[in-house]
Structures are given as structure tokens and as C-alpha cells.
Design a protein around this ligand. Structure first.
Ligand SMILES: [Zn+2]
Ligand SMILES: [Zn+2]
Length: 392
């Protein structure tokens, strides 16, 4: 081979570009990476050119991918179409503190495991915000505004759920069974807006809900504060539900023996394989309770009985739990591919989609918050892009 070969002739920039997105890189990371490999770095202009060439194709593919996944799901579900739903947040919420400015949600088909539809809610649009500050008396010029939500962050989830189901209906895919968390407001709204769709609880959220209530009780009862006690009760609870899937009578029976068992009464444990008390009562010790002894507090016992009886009443529902694990995995994928600190690709992608006038506005604002301006503009499309990876 001649020494005069130009490496640029061999470097496929389009592949490098898609590789950059796939790795969650930004242009500066890409530049460093290429330089370290002793390859010519791509300039911003080149990246823009490539993006112009393939950006819209990526979006079209993602939309098409959802459409095909919907058809596939219908074909594989001759009786009932089942989907799982969960929302993710740009900023993590904890307990009751949900105040993220943006949220996204997905519907995933139970048979295909593919994303059938996605939705985004954003409380902010930096173009609107910046323009209003700088030109208080003027109307914000037309732009692809990312603000589509003005309510509370928690209400985003319900709204997205209803919207996604509506979209599915419009596309000719009626959802018969909807697996989601146990949020009562979602259930209520769903019942009134989509009476023909049955809402089912999801395993993970049932477990989380139960544990959360245990920790609430733990604030008042010392016995629960000791390490291993709450995880032990939680394990008993999960076992009762998971090992009896499809059998509500057995779930009821297993839940019924949890509280007496941890308080030392093993009469109901006779048919339970996990309790070894009846094999040899004199040598029995709890592996996971402090000192191997049962809990004592009568008040706590009463509270735990009340808590468990709430679940006993829902045994029928608990016997048919679905899973939103796929949605959680999708949310994680989005977070990995589009980390908050790197969203450069989408900036360019969005720039391409925006009309020229808007681009001019953005260019005018080459201020310190330029990145923020773009950040919220691109949200809609990054989620679409990651659908591609998910559905492959
Ligand atoms: Zn706006
Ligand atoms: Zn027992």
C-alpha cells in the first residue's frame, strides 16, 4: 500500500457518528477518542453535515419501529393485548419528593417485549424562558416548543398513561390489560376514560409499596428498626405472592400465616415448607430475627395484621401480577445513552429539525445557558432514538 493513502478515505464518518450516539459520547469525547486512536477527529461542521443526512432517518426509523412492534404485538396476542407501563424522570424522585421538570413514559408489549409507544412531558422550555426574560413585552416567536406540561410532576405519569392508551386506540391497537404501578389516581382515571381496559398491578411496585409501609411502621416501633427484620418480613411477603401466582386462595393462606409466624405462633405454618418450627419446636430459631426469637410488641402485631389484611383482600389481583421490569430497563437504557451531562448529539439533531428561524434565535443566545436551551429541545427525539436500540 502506498504511504500516501489518506486515512480519511477509509474512515466512514456516518458509522463513527452512529457509534458516537450508541456509546453515549458527545462530540468532545469523540474527538478525544479518535485522536487517541491516531485517527483524524471529526469537526463540528462534519458532524452537522452527517446529522443532516441521517438525523431524520433515525427518527423515522424509530417511529416505524413502534408501528411495526404494535402490529407484531397484535399478531402475537389473538385474545388480549397486554402492555406494561412505567414512567422515568430526568431527575430521580424519592418517596413523595417528585419534582422533576421532565418525564418520559413507555408502553411495552408483553408478548414482543418491544416499545409500542413513548411519551414525554416537559415543564420547561429554555427558548421561551430566555426570550421572555430578554424581551418581556414580546410574544415568543414560533419554535418547536418543548414545554407541554404545566401541572405537577407527579400528575405527569397519569397524563402520559392516558395519552399513550389514546394513541394506541387511534392506531387501531386496543389495550385489554394494562400493567402499571399501584397508583390509585392512575387506576381511577383509567377506569373512567378506558372502561374496557383492565388495570393490573405490577410485582415490583406491590413489593415496593409493602416495604414502604413497613419502613413507615419502623418509625414508631423499635423492633422493626433492627437490621434484617424488615427485609425478612418483606421476603415472607414476596414469597407468598410469587410462589402462588395464579392461585388467589393460596396467596390468601400464605399471607395469613406471616404475622402469627413472626410473633411465634406457628399453628398456621403446618403446611408451609419454609417454616421448620413444626419439625422440631424445641430447637427452632429464626435465622433472620434478632436473637433468633419472635417479635413481641402486641401493638406492632396488630398494625402488621392490618397491613397484611389489606393485601389479603386483594389476593385475586395479586394472583395475576404483571411486570414493568421491561419499562424500567428501557428507562435505564435511556439514562445510560443520554446522560444528563452529554446530550450534544441531540442538540444537533434538534437543530436540524428546527426551522432556520429558530436556529437563528438560538444562535443569538450564545450565552452561558446555550446548552440548557438545547437540552430541553431535544428530549423528544432522544427517546425516539433509543427506541431503535431497544426494539432491535
Ligand atoms: Zn418554548
Ligand atoms: Zn412458622
Amino acid at each position: 500500500m502506498s504511504e500516501n493513502i489518506n486515512i480519511l478515505d477509509f474512515l466512514n464518518f456516518e458509522i463513527v457518528f452512529t457509534g458516537m450516539i450508541h456509546c453515549g459520547f458527545g462530540p468532545s469525547h469523540l474527538r478525544n477518542f479518535l485522536m487517541e486512536c491516531n485517527l483524524p477527529p471529526m469537526s463540528e461542521t462534519t458532524i452537522q453535515k452527517i446529522q443532516k443526512k441521517i438525523g431524520q432517518t433515525i427518527i423515522d426509523c424509530a417511529v416505524q419501529s413502534c408501528k411495526e412492534a404494535r402490529q407484531e404485538e397484535i399478531d402475537l396476542s389473538p385474545e388480549k393485548v397486554q402492555v406494561s407501563f412505567d414512567a422515568g424522570w430526568q431527575k430521580r424522585g424519592s418517596g413523595f419528593n417528585y419534582n422533576s421538570n421532565t418525564g418520559h413514559a413507555s408502553l411495552i408489549g408483553k408478548k414482543t417485549g418491544k416499545v409500542l409507544a413513548v411519551n414525554i412531558r416537559s415543564k420547561v422550555c429554555k427558548i421561551c424562558d430566555t426570550f421572555t426574560v430578554q424581551h418581556p413585552n414580546e410574544t415568543v416567536p414560533y419554535h418547536d416548543c418543548s414545554r407541554n406540561w404545566s401541572g405537577s410532576s407527579t400528575a405527569m405519569e397519569v397524563d402520559m398513561a392516558l395519552n399513550l392508551l389514546g394513541e394506541m386506540e387511534k392506531e387501531g391497537c386496543h389495550v385489554d390489560i394494562f400493567h402499571a404501578d399501584n397508583d390509585s389516581s392512575t387506576s381511577g382515571m383509567l377506569k373512567s376514560e378506558f372502561p374496557n381496559t383492565v388495570k393490573m398491578d405490577d410485582q415490583n411496585h406491590v413489593k415496593k409499596g409493602f416495604t414502604k409501609q413497613l419502613y413507615e411502621l419502623g418509625k414508631r416501633y423499635k423492633e422493626l428498626k433492627q437490621a434484617e427484620v424488615i427485609p425478612y418480613i418483606q421476603r415472607c411477603f414476596v414469597y407468598a405472592i410469587q410462589s402462588n401466582a395464579g392461585n388467589s386462595t393460596k396467596i390468601h393462606e400464605d399471607l395469613d400465616r406471616i404475622v402469627p409466624h413472626i410473633f411465634g405462633d406457628h399453628n398456621k405454618c403446618r403446611t408451609a415448607q419454609w417454616c421448620t418450627y413444626n419439625e422440631n419446636p424445641s430447637s427452632f430459631r429464626y435465622k433472620s430475627l434478632p436473637g433468633g426469637r419472635p417479635l413481641q410488641s402486641e401493638d406492632l402485631k396488630k398494625e402488621l395484621e392490618d397491613l397484611v389484611s389489606k393485601y389479603k383482600n386483594r389476593a385475586e389481583n395479586l394472583s395475576q401480577l404483571g411486570s414493568t421490569q421491561a419499562n424500567e430497563s428501557f428507562n435505564n437504557l435511556v439514562a445510560t445513552k443520554a446522560p444528563k451531562s452529554r446530550y450534544s448529539f441531540f442538540i444537533w439533531l434538534k437543530k436540524f429539525i428546527l426551522n432556520q428561524r429558530n436556529i437563528k434565535i438560538i444562535k443569538m443566545k450564545k450565552s452561558h445557558n446555550k446548552k440548557l436551551c438545547y437540552k430541553h429541545l431535544i428530549l423528544k427525539n432522544d427517546k425516539l432514538y433509543y427506541l431503535l436500540f431497544y426494539n432491535l
